[in-house]
Design a protein around this ligand. Sequence first.
Ligand code: NAD
Length: 420
Amino acid sequence: MVKNYNPYDEMLATLDKAANILGLEESDYSFLRYPERELIVSIPVQMDDGRVEVFTGYRVQHSSLRGPCKGGIRYHQDVDHDEVKALAAWMSLKCSVVNIPYGGAKGGVRVNPEKLSRRELEALTRRYILGILPIIGPQKDIPAPDVNTNAEIMGWIMDTYSVFKGHAVPGVVTGKPLEIGGSLGRKEATGRGVMLCSLEVLARLGKDIKSTTVAVQGYGNVGQTAATLLYNQGCKIVAISDISGGYYNPDGLNIPEINQYLLNNSQKILEGYNGQGVIKINNEELLTCDCDILIPAALENQITAEISHKVKAKIIVEGANGPTNTEADKILADRKILVIPDILANAGGVIVSYFEWVQNNQSLMWDEEKINEMLRKTIVGAFNDVWAKAKEKNTTLRMGAYMVALERLVQARKIRGIFP
Ligand code: NAD
């Protein structure tokens, strides 16, 4: 990661720009510049060799203005306070842009989970949840999966919280296993939203899906699902990557074969994959390869100013949160490269998390067809709002999305007022 990159400052710069285009006064939206509540916890874990290691965990609640705070939990060695703050703020904006009744939050633990055994991972998760227990809950703040966390970990969270409450509380977390109140379609929801936004933009530009080439950075929950669904739609996936590097085939990768390779690989990474015609490439080569759509679906700050000059894709659909820094964003806009911003493109996950929570609150279970259709309607509706706002103000889709989100948040603040 570049040293002077600060994701929270990036968020503030974009927020100020959108507020400026809307003609807002600083005092109209200054409440969004500061998280409502922040908690830092230390997490002692007894390691398998008997040592005690202490990790640092964060939970930042950016806004509860439009409903309970909502946002994932990330386990990564680079997690820090400013990253979690930025991710929390992006959640407030994301829930607002797709118009679901949530605020924004995010959690993270500074840890490399690959270095932990399964038992250590479970102990870390349960102790972290104990640390943030006073501020989470189904009406307060509802975690979900993010980088390096999954349904199994959400299950441990649900169990830990429920044990302390003395009864089952499925609505405290989303992205859970189906058996304990998870929702059909949740695991694929973020990637499905990325696919739906990609199809929507192709339709608007009058481009044929079948002749579209796609490159995907990050082959985890979001990237793998987006690549697989776009492949199923007839797109040619020319490049993918994960922490082991990039894999490129200008004639199109065999996605079903790759997914099978991952299933058989205990580490669940692409390392060692050498399908027919596949060339190994590095991160920069992936981001700048010849393709129509580039989907960054790994981490923040991947498309930098330097990379943005070399991007060949005409469309970028941001699966990850904050993959493009503000300097790069300006260069991409000048180069007329269309960017579908993160707070819209990857909102599928939180939309279906919301459906999961509604089902939990009512003890219902909807079928997958219904959920996928409700997701499609919600994200395409938001896409239309953003597209129209960007056209009206003659600006980028990122500015359009921030403006749609900001207007709703500012309106909510006006209606609720400021206590006391
Ligand atoms: P994940 O842990 O399932 O997958 C992350 C992937 O990125 C892995 O394949 C990993 O190997 C790869 N990766 C990490 N560093 C890389 C690098 N430098 N170059 C290339 N690949 C790299 O995580 P995820 O849930 O798929 O999340 C990915 C992004 O999407 C994050 O920015 C996350 O905040 C965002 N997001 C996730 C969800 C969700 O529902 N999971 C929702 C919205 C946004």
